[in-house]
Write a protein that binds this ligand. Sequence first.
Ligand SMILES: [Zn+2]
Ligand SMILES: [Zn+2]
Length: 140
Amino acid sequence: MAGVLKGHCLCGAVTITATAHEHSASACHCSMCRRWTGGPQWGFDAPDEAVTVIGEVRTYRSTSFSERAFCPVCGSHLWLRDDGGPYEFVPGIFEGARDMPLVREVYADRAFACAQLSGDHERVTKAEYEAGKPHVEGGA
Ligand SMILES: [Zn+2]
Ligand SMILES: [Zn+2]
């Protein structure tokens, strides 16, 4: 949890401030994240009480227990969130997230050839991830 992060979508209609947050990012290659982003989904957590969102946001419920948020004007992806869980923000909308290291890659064995991530971060396969989360996915 380091520093205040301020970010905005591509068009500027949505601004987000997080006064507390993880300072490391994960990547997910599951089929939902891949379709939503076109590549891996990047995320870092910020607790609800530390977050201020200004501007209209649209959400899409990609599962029965989670939503994905985006700017209705420019389409920028903003966050993924499980019900009752922290925000999982996309780092790219925050300049202050520039130096966040990648610490975890989920569905690593499902990554497209063009989305292979180098480094010695933790890699979790589809089978490993889903074994710990009985509610997830449906066909990556
Ligand atoms: Zn926008
Ligand atoms: Zn995913």
